[in-house]
Design a binder for this molecule. Structure first.
Ligand SMILES: [Zn+2]
Length: 96
């Protein structure tokens, strides 16, 4: 169930804002995608220092929509840490 205060605000937004909200939510879900949650990797591409992965993600909540996606994510290493960026349904090259 989407809280009423959220659905009421969303219904007033135009499509461009809704698209941004959608991407924001997908990013939130991917940030929470810790090692304890299953991720299904469908495809993997390496381009330069960036690895692109198409994944189906589980948000870990009691959710009827799981798994979500598939979505593309970019992975790269910086200062010894792995960074992730949500790309979307279509694969696009990212500048890191
Ligand atoms: Zn879910």
């Amino acid at each position: 169930m989407i809280p009423k205060m959220i659905s009421e605000v969303l219904e007033e937004q135009d499509n461009a804002v809704l698209q941004e909200v959608k991407e924001y939510i997908d990013q939130l879900i991917s940030d929470r995608n810790g090692a304890d949650l299953p991720v299904e990797i469908l495809e993997k591409n390496r381009l330069g220092s960036v690895t692109y992965r198409q994944e189906r993600v589980y948000c870990g909540k009691e959710c009827k929509g799981c798994p979500h996606g598939p979505y593309w994510y970019a992975y790269w290493k910086e200062d010894g840490r792995t960074h992730t960026r949500y790309i979307g349904k279509e694969l696009k090259e990212v500048v890191v």
